[in-house]
Design a protein around this ligand. Structure first.
Ligand code: CA
Length: 450
């Protein structure tokens, strides 16, 4: 029995011999293979891996992070693992995704899907749910790295917006706008998660205090872009195809890619409700294996044209294929001179990056997101003392390892450590996951709250 089983106090797999799934001490009978659809039965699945259900509903947001979910559906990877009735459901917004996981598929919502971080932790702790209800969730895989950037409205051309705001003078320019009573306004799509962290990190590394020197706010993507077009919004922190699209539509320019700020950074994750996993441990692993297969498929250069054609469809991203193709080669027009860069190492990756695994859900990355939440006062300082407990409840690395083994992933591609080690940022800052407080102490601009 692994630590995870005992920690969660439930059996992940009861084993073929037991013939039952133990659920908090109660035995329930899993469906026999005869209950599965003929299509699922036709699959040559190991009997111990036949899922308890063929049905699950997963949410996604139409940005590149969701590709593994869409590809697992479109290329038949879910079905191959016996999940023949997966609904991959486009979410209108991150708030809608949160609302839908709260009600679950029984209530017309979703059982899991794509999340910015640390949404699974905040939902599990009841910090962003209605009535502060705790809905335990488990992160099962990181979906991708890179593919995110910060777009600036064309009205700020010539002001030095780039990677280093201090050196270029753009930091002074932002502060001057505030003094003049016309503060720079920048948007992200949901507060206190990835895109909020990305713009805050970049601004503060350049000496701009994101809580004092400008207005940062949550605005839906389409509204942000419309407002950038009219000049009433100045910046947007978001994922492809939005940054690339803003440049192609001549609305603005890309100041920075997050790949430049933090190479091989953690991005969005696949996570599910723990109660659904408890009821369907084998189905959970089937879903996870299909997503891992899709991640491998997405990273194969020979599949990228087909992937772009699939994602661009009206029912998914609904964009011209050209908005997606170039970023997948690491091609962007950067800065207010629209300088072409072409660097495949900064392209969106789903399975492997220069550090090794993209898909593996490292606990050290969970800790960075929670530490950064403390940095900006989104969580109280005392939360750092709670971080290990929360991470151990939410992180599903053990499930990832089991799924990888069943899938036949080479052992060299299965990380041995829960930590990826010390993380390095473009400005010289370092995050040592064994010393989160030292990281916070090293940062000049922060808003830590007791
Ligand atoms: Ca993102």
């Amino acid at each position: 029995m692994t630590d995870l089983y005992s920690r969660r106090n439930f059996l992940w797999t009861a084993g073929a011999a037991a013939g039952a799934v133990m659920l908090k001490g109660c035995a329930i009978n899993p469906p026999s293979p005869a209950d599965l659809s003929p299509k699922a039965q036709a699959l040559s699945l190991n009997p111990s891996q036949i899922p308890e259900t063929t049905t699950v509903k997963l949410g996604y947001i139409a940005i590149v992070e969701s590709a593994p979910l869409i590809i697992a559906q479109e290329k038949g990877f879910f079905a191959r693992h016996g999940m023949t009735n997966v609904q991959v459901s486009k979410q209108a917004s991150w708030g809608a995704a949160r609302d839908n996981i709260e009600i679950g598929s029984d209530g017309g919502g979703i059982d899991g899907g794509q999340w910015q971080m640390p949404m699974p932790h905040l939902i599990s702790e009841g910090l962003i749910t209605k009535g502060n209800r705790k809905i335990p969730m488990v992160t099962l895989a990181q979906l991708c790295t890179h593919g995110n950037g910060i777009a600036i409205s064309n009205k700020h051309i010539g002001k030095g917006f780039g990677l280093d705001l201090a050196k270029s003078g753009a930091a002074d320019y932002i502060r001057d706008l505030k003094k003049a009573g016309t503060p720079f306004k920048a948007a992200y799509t949901f507060p206190r998660v990835n895109q909020d962290f990305w713009i805050r990190y970049w601004l503060s590394a350049g000496g701009v205090n994101p809580d004092q020197d400008l207005d940062l706010l949550a605005v839906p993507a389409s509204q942000t872009v419309a407002n950038m077009r009219t000049g009433t919004m100045d910046g947007f922190s978001t994922g492809d195809p939005w940054p690339y699209r803003i440049v192609r539509d001549k609305i603005g320019f890309l100041a920075v890619l997050n790949a430049q700020v933090w190479k091989d950074h953690p991005e969005e994750y696949f996570a599910m409700r723990e109660d659904w996993m408890r009821k369907h441990p084998r189905a959970t692993k089937a879903v996870l294996k299909a997503i891992m297969e899709a991640q491998q498929w997405c990273d194969d250069p020979k599949n990228r044209d087909e992937m772009v054609r699939i994602l661009a469809q009206r029912k998914y991203f609904n964009v011209p294929t050209t908005f997606l193709r170039a970023p997948y080669d690491g091609k962007y027009a950067m800065g207010d001179q629209f300088q072409e860069i072409s660097d495949s190492s900064i392209a969106t990756k789903y399975w492997k990056d220069s550090t090794g695994s993209v898909s593996y859900p490292y606990k050290s990355h969970d800790l960075w997101f929670l530490t950064e939440s403390v940095r900006w006062g989104f969580l109280p300082q005392a939360f750092l003392g709670e971080a290990d407990r929360v991470i151990n409840n939410v992180n599903g690395e053990q499930f990832w390892k089991e799924a990888a083994q069943e899938l036949g992933v080479a052992s060299a591609d299965i990380p041995k450590n829960s930590s990826r080690g010390v993380e390095k940022f473009f400005d010289g800052a370092e995050f040592d996951p064994t010393k989160p407080k030292a990281y916070l102490d090293s940062l000049r601009i922060k808003n830590i709250k007791a």
